[in-house]
Design a protein around this ligand. Structure first.
Ligand code: BG6
Length: 508
């Protein structure tokens, strides 16, 4: 329930200058599922200026008219919010397409010509290049963009780069140098859509907007932390990409690291992009280095086999399109990491992420220490430790488990849950993560985007995991978990040998 007498919150208006969005990978999976629906929804809800264009750039050959049909099909297929024939008709007029290979420099000139044609006499435009393509193509695209007149004269230019940014520390450094030749740091938006989720942003509000939790938020009161990013979907149509990425590059180096940073960081000097990013980088730099011995003992990998999810039989990873029948790419990871700083020394952060798990859930679980004396609890076993659960998705809530007295003469402790549900209290999330981040980019707000040093520091943490796993072929043991389960047995052994339990298991 919201407290009464709080100031009234008015609807937000985003007054944004006209722009052209050029999407590399404009016909790809991300564009169809997320980017184009996000743009449509921003348009349909009146959040962006009428005056904008989208130029899709992709390999499939299509005319602009065919692209409009293609986008309309994607909006229908992915059931965009607010689909309406009239609005779709207007949205179609904003769409243009150029087809070509990413290496063909003459095609970039076409983009420029199209931009000039569509923005003629329109005053000052900003142009945003969105790289929705695998990381190994990024520097080629950037250097081609750098040849065009966009990058001279008065155009305001920005680039949004999808994760993963590079494939390891070395490649990320090189890519940062390449991008830096064409764009200034404040024009580079390294996107991680998890940071656009309201419930992820709420982690900092919850921690630093309430004085009652901060004194407990450290090694003195917290026993361990669990972070789960579980998906029930498989790799869908992204076999070729995923084979090279695997779970570490796809989720751990970015989404998981951002969640860890938000939970573990110190309060920023002010709520501003660079101050927040400074604190995150400090967390990344204090994550204890993982050598091969540590990895073999404290991290577990997995790959899904066939199974059943919500009554539907699904294929194993090695049977998916674009995947090798002897693939050793991990689709699951569970492990323990340590943050070696004053606040967190000695406190394990257990992480778990996988595809084709029993259900979709992203959650942060803070497990507090049990009270020092066992005053109660003989009747029904031990007293339950307090737990704080930050549910990121699909449930959007915060809950806390507490112990009360069960009525009667027996002094029996009774665990209860106190919860705050985002939807019922605030009316729910207003903007999808991509919508929020696109708006921030248009406004020039970098708070929710990663900085160069942060990206490199995140790679430095995960590089040894990839190197160790790449050196020690796992194929003979893969697949090692059923689709629809909570991962391989070894993941359970890992935490149970330390006397702890995952919050989700095959029985739950
Ligand atoms: C993307 C990954 O970054 O995040 C996908 O590349 C994954 O593999 C997706 O499915 C998950 O996003 P969300 O918002 O559904 O948790």
């Amino acid at each position: 329930m919201q407290i009464e007498n709080f100031c009234s919150i008015n609807g937000e208006e985003y007054r944004l200058q006209p722009f052209t969005l050029v999407i590399f990978g404009g016909a790809g999976d991300l564009s169809q599922r997320k980017l184009l629906p996000a743009m449509y929804h921003l348009f349909a809800t009146g959040h962006i200026a009428e005056d904008f264009r989208i130029i899709g750039y992709g390999i499939p050959e299509m005319s602009s008219e065919e692209y409009r049909n293609f986008v309309e099909g994607a909006l229908k297929k992915f059931q965009v919010d607010g689909y309406n024939e009239e609005t779709v008709k207007k949205f179609r007029e904003k769409l243009f397409y150029v087809s070509g290979g990413l290496e063909e420099s003459k095609m970039y000139r076409k983009i420029y010509e199209l931009y000039c044609e569509t923005s003629k006499d329109k005053g000052k435009y900003q142009v945003i290049f969105y790289l929705a393509i695998p990381p190994y193509f990024a520097s080629q695209v950037i250097s081609n963009i750098g040849q065009l007149e966009f990058c001279s004269g008065g155009t305001v230019k920005k680039v949004i780069m999808e994760k993963p940014f590079g494939v390891d520390t070395e490649s990320a450094k090189k890519l940062n140098i390449e991008v830096g030749k064409v764009f200034q740091e404040n024009e580079i938006y390294r996107i991680d859509h998890y940071l656009g989720k309201e419930t992820v942003q709420n982690i900092l509000f919850f921690r630093f907007g309430n004085s009652i939790f901060e004194p407990l938020w450290n090694r003195n009161y917290i026993e361990h932390i669990q972070i789960t990013v579980a998906e029930s979907i498989g790799i869908e149509h992204r076999g070729a990409f995923y084979e090279k990425a695997g779970v570490v590059r796809d989720i751990i180096q970015n989404h998981m690291m951002q969640l860890i940073a938000l939970v573990a960081m110190e309060p920023p000097v002010q709520f501003e992009a660079d101050y927040i990013r400074d604190e995150k980088v400090k967390v990344f730099k204090t994550v204890k280095e993982m050598n091969f011995e540590y990895i073999s003992e404290n991290l577990v990998r997995g790959q899904y086999g066939p199974g059943n999810i919500k009554g539907e039989n699904v294929l194993g990873y090695q049977e998916e399109k674009g995947v090798s029948a002897s693939s050793s790419t991990p689709t699951f990871i569970a492990g323990k990491i340590h943050i070696d700083n004053w606040r967190w020394s000695g406190i394990p952060f257990y992480i778990r992420s996988g595809k084709r798990m029993a259900r979709k859930v992203t959650e942060i679980y803070i497990h507090f220490k049990t009270p020092p004396l066992k005053l109660f609890g003989d009747e029904c076993g031990d007293i339950e430790p307090n737990g704080l659960i930050l549910s990121i998705q699909p449930e959007e809530k915060i809950s806390m488990t507490l112990n009360l007295k069960y009525p009667g003469t027996k002094n029996t402790p009774y665990p209860v849950e106190m919860q705050f549900d985002y939807k019922s209290v605030t009316g729910g999330v207003k903007l999808d993560a991509y919508e929020r981040l696109i708006i921030d980019c248009l406004k020039g707000d970098l708070t929710l985007f990663a900085r160069q040093d942060g990206i490199e520091a995140m790679w430095k943490i995960v590089d040894p995991i990839n190197s160790y796993w790449e050196k020690h072929d796992s194929h003979p043991e893969f697949p090692n978990y059923f689709s629809g389960s909570w991962g391989p047995q070894k993941a359970f052994d890992l935490i149970e040998k330390e006397g702890r339990k995952w919050r989700f298991s095959d029985e739950s």
